[in-house]
Design a protein around this ligand. Structure first.
Ligand SMILES: Cc1cc2nc3c(=O)[nH]c(=O)nc-3n(C[C@H](O)[C@H](O)[C@H](O)COP(=O)(O)OP(=O)(O)OC[C@H]3O[C@@H](n4cnc5c(N)ncnc54)[C@H](O)[C@@H]3O)c2cc1C
Length: 422
């Protein structure tokens, strides 16, 4: 295509974890990249901006290692050694306390298959963002603070206009701008989905006892309560991240409650397994929805991450899905650039769309079903799901399959997810 001097190969709208990872992968392969984000990088690493953590599948962590982030992230990454899933409350248990374990994933079962890595790692989002910012600072990526306002696509290239009037031209624009993606709207791509009338209340806890690397998922009628192990730091030796899903009005009450009332309520819900929990982080509530874009490509446009699909956090897979988009799109664009193809052409973009066609929609449906099945206290539903969990627990092959799927290690994996640079 005909280029002006200030053109880029790729303009990425949104420098969240998906957009920044893509920028790094493309820049390391010598593509000319600009990332535009509405918020300054320093703001995005503050604990009050995003108090969440992410359970990151082993294959996606391998991708970050391949991009050179391994050393920085490893210091903050807690390996998941076991996953314990409990369903409750059940008859006979103290009201509100967890019932006995129904499903248990022991990471040793798949360790050999995945090269000795744990199934996944838990990292605070602010550390991931910070590591990505530092790594991007060592590349030629142009990092702009600004709001993407309009995108116009022509067969010859895309033009991105920021709210302050600046314009950027590129062969392709990538929408990594989250659930309310401007790029998606500007491309005329619709979405399907609905709100869950649930919110995920996220915070950080100090625990009385060591967590031993165990990730807990405890199903309650209002939604799942997840306690993910974190590495200790100066604030507490035994730390964990909490995502407590509740109906929206109850989530508001959890945010408004005094710290003491919140802690007491949590201890009643979760039981005594890890001792009394203490709040050491801000409580932030995230409204939950399911949203899948009708298409993930448009004219000179590709969508990744939450711009393409927003799913229930019940299985901790939203970012993982986005990082798989990154691996696939990076490989498609880098391969095309190497052989001199126009990286924004329909033929190239179609390869990305075909690669990622089923994953996003498939996981959206699966997590939606899981949420319907588990955020439900009707006795017949509870009996059926408990029988299902007990059956899976007795089937090692099926358990291993679930673990490999959760580790993003199944299917036709992009090179980056195999730990190789394209
Ligand atoms: C409670 C909760 C817990 C979760 N836990 C997990 C987990 O354990 N594991 C997991 O894999 N996933 C998890 N997720 C999902 C995960 O957090 C998201 O999928 C992920 O953060 C999406 O990243 P992203 O980069 O695609 O989008 P975002 O993080 O939304 O980033 C979008 C970026 O685009 C910028 N932007 C938006 N509009 C514009 C514009 N017009 N112009 C310029 N910039 C713009 C924003 O400032 C932002 O920086 C969880 C989600 C929730 C709600």
């Amino acid at each position: 295509m005909d280029r002006a001097a200030d053109d880029f190969d790729v303009v990425i709208a949104g420098g969240g974890m998906a957009g920044a990872t893509l920028a790094l992968a493309l820049a390391q392969a010598r593509l000319r990249v600009a990332v535009v984000d509405a918020t300054a990088p320093e703001t995005r690493v503050a604990p009050t901006f995003d108090g969440r953590t992410s359970a990151v599948a082993f294959a996606n962590f391998r991708q970050w290692r391949a991009l050179g982030l391994g050393d920085t992230l490893s210091a903050q990454a807690q390996p998941i050694t076991e996953i314990l899933i409990t369903d409750g409350p059940n008859p006979g248990a103290r009201r509100g306390a967890p019932s006995p374990t129904f499903l248990h994933f022991d990471v040793d079962e798949v360790a050999a298959e995945i090269g000795g890595d744990p199934l996944g790692w838990v990292l605070e989002n602010r550390y991931i963002r910070s590591a990505l910012n530092v790594a991007l600072g060592e590349t030629d990526v142009a990092t702009l603070i600004g709001v993407v306002d309009a995108v116009s696509q022509a067969p010859t290239g895309a033009t991105v206009t920021l709210r302050d009037g600046r314009t950027l031209r590129a062969a392709i624009v990538v929408g990594a701008d989250g659930r309310a993606s401007r790029v998606r709207a500007a491309s005329g791509i619709g979405v399907q989905g609905w709100g869950y009338r649930q919110a995920g209340v996220s915070t950080t806890l100090a625990l009385e006892r060591p967590h031993g690397g165990v990730a807990h998922q405890h199903f309650l009628p209002g939604g799942p309560l997840a306690i993910l192990p974190l590495v200790g730091d100066a604030s507490a030796e035994h730390r964990a991240s909490l995502v407590w899903t509740e109906q929206s009005d109850r989530a508001d009450a959890l945010i408004a409650a005094s710290p003491q009332a919140f802690e007491a309520h949590l201890a009643r819900r979760f039981g005594e397994m890890l001792g009394a929990p203490h709040l050491i982080g801000p409580r932030i509530s995230y409204p939950l929805r399911l949203q899948v874009a009708d298409r993930i490509i448009g004219v000179r446009t590709a969508l990744i991450g939450d711009a393409a699909h927003v799913i229930h956090p019940i299985a901790g897979q939203g970012l993982n899905l986005g990082l798989k988009d990154v691996g696939a799109l990076a490989q498609v664009l880098i391969d095309a650039a190497r052989i001199g193809e126009d990286i924004g052409s329909p033929m190239v973009l179609d390869r990305y769309a075909r690669w990622r066609r089923f994953d996003g929609a498939g996981l959206a449906i699966a997590t939606d079903l899981l949420n319907r099945l588990f955020s439900n206290d009707a006795p017949p539903v509870r009996i059926a799901r408990d029988l299902g969990l007990a059956a899976v627990n007795r089937m090692p092959t099926l358990r291993r399959l679930f673990m490999r799927e959760a580790g993003a290690g199944l299917g036709d994996l992009p090179q980056l997810l195999l730990g190789e640079r394209p």
